[in-house]
Design a protein. Structure first.
Length: 135
């Protein structure tokens, strides 16, 4: 399937120093919604959707917690604009991966500045209830 992607937009990213013994939290979701832009000047051929990744994370024994929302507008060029379409698990993972990687990059860079070493989040795709986070 042909896919055109807009820029990744960090709508919010919140970082707090917390007690490492605070409750572990691993909440990373991927949401898909139709996207309608009234100012759109590009071709409207294909279905426009927005991939959103809200997150709230406190890794085990980490001295920080993060939360926020990152998104990206995507055009599915092989799907009619008015067609109901459900993304396959594989396509959902492919489209959401850059957003998850952006969370990892920002977190690594920010912890490198604030904690004197970068903290790597390791997310594994999970179609069940939770995402896994390891350091």
């Amino acid at each position: 399937m042909k896919v055109a992607k807009g820029p990744i937009v960090v709508q919010s990213y919140h970082y707090d120093l917390v007690d490492p013994d605070s409750e572990v939290k691993t909440d990373l979701q991927v949401q898909v919604q139709d996207y309608n832009d009234s100012e759109e000047t590009e071709s409207t051929e294909g279905k426009m959707i927005q991939i959103m990744t809200p997150f709230g994370i406190h890794p085990e024994q980490a001295p920080f917690a993060i939360s926020g929302l990152i998104g990206q507008v995507v055009q599915l060029q092989d799907v009619a604009a008015d067609e109901d379409y459900t993304l396959s698990t594989e396509l959902m993972e492919e489209l959401s991966r850059p957003l998850v990687e952006q969370i990892q990059i920002i977190t690594y860079q920010l912890t490198a500045m604030t904690l004197d070493h970068g903290y790597e989040l390791n997310f594994q795709p999970n179609t069940g209830d939770n995402e896994d986070v390891d350091d």
